[in-house]
Ligand binder design. Structure first.
Ligand code: SAH
Length: 250
């Protein structure tokens, strides 16, 4: 049996209880060494087989899985954040379906919600935005034309942009065209919840220079939208609003 486990964004305590229990029990752990903190490994059994997947190809990973699954071992495939977002688990699951290997996915705290949390903000602010767009720039993986950043920006929804900080100039250029405004707030969060976390705040006008001046070119979230600036009171706790548990006072 293989468990795809979300390790969370960085801080090792941000894994789920279910994920941690599986790590403690696993015979084999295949982890993405470049993005998952090696601190997670201190919870593994001393005799567990630990494999760093950062230098392996898909075929090599599948070969390890096939071998150890054949020996009836419990295998944890530890992924950064939540495995269902830019986790490249689809291609692994396809191979496992072909080989008849059983698997389960254990969700995790994604870096986009972790980044919003360290900023002490809420993506969904009443009257500002009630939607979150999760996206990226095209890289080795292309993005469909209909999801181009410029088009998505026109919605003026809250945005979390993954895998793109190395091209911050291009991100900003597309967002300014979409928003038709340079004053939209932007936050870049580097390594949210890690010890070397960095937060850079600005607007579409100045964020690129700020990010480049501190040398951030990977492992960062670019969060964009008015939610970073404004907050407005939620109806849920307003005295004028009735809901299932409380009558309106006025
Ligand atoms: N599955 C992961 C994303 C993997 S793709 C998740 O749910 O978070 C890798 C990208 O995620 C990075 O390029 C970066 O944009 C983002 N990322 C991962 N960890 C991060 C962190 N701790 N802080 C900020 N961004 C992070």
């Amino acid at each position: 049996m293989v468990y795809f486990v979300g390790a969370g964004p960085g801080d090792v305590d941000l894994i789920t209880v279910k994920g941690r229990k599986l790590l403690e029990k696993a015979d084999v752990i295949i982890y993405a060494g470049s993005l998952v903190s090696s601190e997670h490994l201190k919870f593994c059994r001393e005799d567990a087989i630990i494999i760093d997947s950062s230098r392996l190809t898909l075929e090599e990973i599948i070969e390890y899985i096939r071998k150890y699954d054949g020996e009836d071992k419990v295998i944890v495939r530890l992924h950064t954040g939540d495995p269902t977002i830019y986790g490249a688990i689809g291609e692994q699951m396809d191979q496992m379906d072909k080989l008849g290997i059983k698997y389960e996915i254990i969700p995790g705290v994604s870096s986009f919600t972790a980044s919003c949390s360290v900023l002490k903000k809420e993506f969904t602010v009443p009257k500002i935005s009630q939607s979150i767009i999760i996206t990226r720039l095209s890289g080795r993986t292309s993005v469909p034309e209909s999801e181009d950043l410029e088009l998505l920006a026109k919605h003026k929804a809250s945005m979390a942009i993954f895998l793109s900080v190395q091209d911050i100039d291009k991100v900003v250029e597309k967002l300014i065209k979409g928003y038709e405004d340079e004053n939209v707030p932007v936050a870049v969060v580097y390594k949210a919840t890690w010890k070397d976390e960095k937060i850079i705040l600005g607007t579409l006008k100045d964020i690129a220079e700020k990010v480049k001046s501190v040398g951030i070119n990977k492992t960062a979230q670019i969060l964009v939208g008015e939610f970073l600036k404004k907050s407005s009171r939620s109806l849920l706790y307003s005295k004028n609003f009735s809901h299932g548990f409380r009558e309106a006072k006025e």
